[in-house]
Design a protein around this ligand. Structure first.
Ligand SMILES: Cc1ncc(COP(=O)(O)O)c(C=O)c1O
Length: 379
């Protein structure tokens, strides 16, 4: 039987040698490779600087902390997101306040954001869900009008563009994930695209317990340096081993994005006539990364989403439910009104296998099995 995994990172085979060279150098923790990766990443996403971290979650936490978010503050986030979005707010002692989404794009709706602003709101955190950029211009405008900061959760959006501008160049702070389920990977890892040099310098300190001198600077100093800790910080360091993998991945980012786009377009074309299966909406304004390919089971679908996923799994096809609704989990449960589009999207969406090495044979198998289950039940 054709087996189709849900996701797999894409490598060229040259990564091992590059990492072995770093091991041989003796410097494996955060050092020159991390700095080189940050510079290459910043250039790629159109930001003046970038700060590497241990994950996107720690990147978000640091970005919020550096934006002054603390106990008693509120940060507006979509509920339709991975729970890390809300957890990063909680890590700062603040409260995530959920805003509903645009049901077509799955991204936070700027009008819904405006409705939940209070005097405690400090930051708006749009998520570029599944690598499709959120409607950033109205969000940036709203933030400017209300004196708020924008921190983007760009976990899935390395290489995405919004109205021809790369995600990373849009707002002051954008946080990316380098987990293997994302567009490019360092195993685990994150990156903050930063526009203000002072904020970049502070983030570099905060990620290593706010120590005022980096290991790299101390290593190359000609005199003894005694470090100081002017504020409290975190450990969110990336290793040079990870950064080396990241540099290799950046070199093939365009290739990865191309493969993902081609496969996504092929799904959309082939699924066009399958009843009840609605391919992703394409807003004209964006170049997305296709980090995931999510289809919606339309109204009146004769098969339940979970049952469809079970049947596909028996056929060797791994799928995932669509993006979760954070407010429906025990961790953030309670009464959260006005999230009807979020709840519908959580209920009706499933994600199909999509990764650069997905073969046409595997993709045909997914399409054929999906079609046959929906049609068989409908008949
Ligand atoms: C939207 C979103 N934000 C944040 C994260 C957290 O990323 P990381 O695993 O790098 O901490 C993820 C990961 O799945 C995500 O999808």
């Amino acid at each position: 039987m054709t087996e189709v995994p849900f996701a797999r990172p894409h490598f060229t085979g040259d990564e091992g040698a590059a990492i072995a060279a770093v091991v041989a150098s003796g410097w494996v923790s955060q050092g020159p490779q991390v700095r080189a990766f940050e510079q290459a990443f910043a250039a790629r996403v159109g930001a003046p600087d970038a700060v590497a971290t241990s994950s996107c979650t720690s990147a978000l936490q640091l970005a919020l902390h550096a934006s002054g978010v603390g106990i008693g503050d509120e940060v507006i986030v979509p509920s339709l997101s991975f729970i890390a979005t809300a957890n990063s707010v909680w890590h700062c002692g603040a409260t995530p306040v959920f805003a509903d989404i645009d049901p077509r794009t799955f991204n936070v709706d700027p009008a819904a954001v405006e409705r939940v602003i209070t005097e405690r709101t400090r930051v708006i955190m749009p998520v570029h869900q599944l690598g499709l950029p959120a409607e950033m211009d109205p969000i940036l405008q709203l933030a400017a009008d209300r004196g708020l900061t924008v921190v983007e959760d760009a976990a899935c959006a390395v290489g995405a563009k919004y109205r021809s501008r790369p995600v990373g160049s849009l707002g002051p702070l954008a946080c990316f994930s380098l987990h293997p389920r994302k567009v490019i990977t360092t195993g685990e890892g994150g990156m903050i695209a930063v526009h203000d040099p002072e904020v970049a310098a502070r983030l570099r300190r905060l990620r290593q317990h706010a120590m005022d001198v980096s290991d790299l600077a101390r290593h190359s100093a000609e005199d003894v340096i005694v470090e100081r800790y002017p504020e409290r910080g975190f450990n969110a360091r990336m290793t040079d081993l990870q950064a080396t993998l990241g540099l290799c991945q950046l070199q093939i980012l365009d290739e990865i994005l191309d493969s993902r786009r081609r496969l996504a377009e092929r799904y959309t074309e082939r699924l066009a006539d399958v009843p009840y299966v609605e391919p992703p909406y394409e807003p004209g304004y964006a170049q997305r990364t296709w980090q995931s390919y999510a289809v919606r089971l339309g109204a009146g679908a004769p098969i339940d989403r979970l049952e469809l996923m079970r049947r596909l799994l028996r056929d060797g096809v791994a799928t995932r439910r669509g993006v979760m609704a954070i407010h429906r989990e025990g961790a953030y449960g309670g009464f959260h009104p006005g999230l009807s589009h979020t709840e519908a999207a959580e209920r009706d969406v499933l994600m199909l296998p999509l990764f650069p090495d997905l073969s046409m044979e595997q993709q045909d198998h997914v399409i054929e099995r999906l079609t046959s289950h929906v049609i068989a039940v409908a008949a």
